[in-house]
Design a protein around this ligand. Structure first.
Ligand code: ACO
Length: 336
C-alpha cells in the first residue's frame, strides 16, 4: 500500500510585522534584512495564541479540503484519523503535555494517538516520513501531520541577528492510503542528523541541561541563540546532499522534478545551493519574503500556497528539503 498527501491546510496569524516595523525595535533596516535573507515581512501571533491554536486552524483547513486532492472523492470523517503527529519547537508547554494532545481535544477526534515530534525546522519532513511508514505498514489509515510554530515567543527581541529571521504560522497535511490506480504517493525520504552541531542553534537554558533558576539564569539563555554563519554553511551543503540522495534512492533525475520546496529560512541559502550545482532557481518555490522562517510550518505552508494558486497540480513531482537545529536535515519526494 502507498501513502499520499490527501489534502493540505495552512494558517497564518493576521498581524503583519514588516522590516520597517522591526527597525523601530532593533538596530536594523529593511535594506539589510532583505539583502541578507530575502525577507520583507512576517506574521506574528497574538499574545494569547499558542502553537496549538495555529495548528488547529491549519488542521481544520486540511480536514475540510479532505476530498480536494482525492481521486476517490470521498470525504474523510475526522473520527477516522488514527494518529496526530505535530512537529514543533515552540510547544504550548515545555515537555509535557504534548501540543498534539491539545490539538486532538480541540478537533474533537476521539481515539487518535497524539504526539509531538521535535526536529526543529526539519520537523515536518520527519513527521511526514513517519506518517508514510504508519500508513504503508497498515498500522494507521489516516494520519494528520501538523507543523505549528510561534517563534515570536522564543526569539530574543533584543538580538537583531536572530529576531529578524522568524515568523509564526502553521501548516497541516492529511496522509492516507493512495487510491487504487493512483500514482499519487509519498516516495522514499531522507532523514539525517549531525548532533555535533547542537551548540550552533539552541535555547541554552530552561531544559534539564541547564535548568531555569530564578534570579540566576541569564535572560538571553532562555531565548533562541544561533551561530548564523555555521548554520548557513551547514544548510547549503544539506540542501545539495539531500536532493542528490533523494533523487538517487528514488531513481529520478533533477529534470523529472517539477518543484523543489525548501525550508524557507533564507533566500541566499537557496541561491548558493543553486549556484554550486547549476540547478535552476526557478524550480525552488520561495515565500519567505512574506512569511519569513516559520520553522516546521514553512514547508506545509508553502505547499498549501502552491496548491491554492495553481502552481502545484495533480500528477506533479515535488522535492521538499528541511534543515535546522540539531543539526537536522531531510527531504521527502512527493507525487501529488
Ligand atoms: N541588521 C543589521 N545588521 C545586522 C543584522 C541585522 N538584522 N544582523 C546582523 N547584522 C550585522 C552583524 O552584527 C555584523 O556586523 P559586524 O560586521 O559589524 O560585526 C554584520 O551584520 C554581518 O553579520 P553576519 O552574521 O556575518 O551576517 P551574514 O551575512 O552571515 O548573515 C544570517 C546573517 C542572515 C543570519 C546568515 O548567517 C544566515 O542566514 N544563517 C543561517 C540562518 C538560518 O537559516 N537559521 C535558521 C535555521 S532553521 C531552524 O532550525 C530554526
Amino acid at each position: 500500500m502507498n501513502a499520499y498527501i490527501r489534502s493540505l491546510g495552512a494558517y497564518l496569524p493576521r498581524r503583519i510585522m514588516t522590516n520597517n516595523d522591526l527597525a523601530k525595535v532593533v538596530d536594523t533596516s529593511d535594506e539589510w534584512i532583505f539583502s541578507h535573507t530575502g525577507i520583507r515581512e512576517r506574521r506574528i501571533a497574538e499574545p494569547e495564541q499558542a502553537a496549538s491554536d495555529l495548528g488547529v486552524h491549519a488542521a481544520r483547513a486540511a480536514l475540510e479540503r479532505g476530498t480536494l486532492l482525492s481521486p476517490d472523492g470521498q470525504a474523510i470523517d475526522p473520527q477516522d484519523i488514527d494518529l496526530i503527529l505535530l512537529a514543533t519547537s515552540t510547544p504550548d508547554y515545555i515537555g509535557l503535555p504534548s501540543t498534539a494532545c491539545v490539538v486532538q481535544d480541540r478537533l474533537g477526534i476521539e481515539k487518535a494517538g497524539a504526539v509531538d515530534m521535535v526536529a526543529a525546522c526539519s520537523g515536518f519532513i520527519y513527521a511526514l516520513e513517519t506518517a508514510r511508514n504508519y500508513v504503508e505498514s497498515g498500522s494507521a489509515r489516516n494520519v494528520l501531520v501538523i507543523g505549528a510554530e510561534v517563534y515570536s515567543k522564543i526569539v530574543n527581541w533584543k538580538d537583531r541577528s536572530t529576531c529578524v529571521l522568524f515568523g509564526d504560522g502553521a501548516g497541516a497535511a492529511l496522509v492516507s492510503p493512495s487510491p487504487e490506480g493512483s500514482s499519487s504517493r509519498i516516495m522514499r525520504s531522507v532523514l539525517g542528523s549531525r548532533g555535533s552541531g547542537v551548540e550552533h542553534l539552541l535555547r541554552k537554558a530552561g531544559g534539564t541541561r541547564k535548568a531555569f533558576v530564578p534570579g540566576e539564569t541569564p535572560e538571553e539563555e532562555l531565548y533562541l541563540s544561533m551561530n548564523g554563519r555555521q548554520v548557513y554553511i551547514f544548510a547549503v551543503q544539506a540542501i545539495i546532499d539531500t536532493i542528490k540522495e533523494l533523487l538517487e534512492i528514488n531513481g529520478l533525475t533533477f529534470d523529472q522534478i517539477d518543484h523543489v520546496v525548501p525550508h524557507q529560512a533564507n533566500r541566499r541559502i537557496i541561491e548558493a545551493s543553486c549556484k554550486r550545482t547549476g540547478w535552476p532557481e526557478e524550480k525552488f518555490f520561495m515565500n519567505m519574503d512574506r512569511f519569513a522562517n516559520t520553522s516546521a510550518a514553512s514547508i506545509p505552508i508553502a505547499l498549501d500556497e502552491m496548491i491554492s494558486k495553481g502552481i502545484l497540480t495533480r500528477g506533479q513531482t515535488v522535492l521538499t528539503i528541511g534543515f535546522g537545529s540539531g543539526l537536522t536535515y531531510g527531504g521527502n519526494l512527493l507525487v501529488f
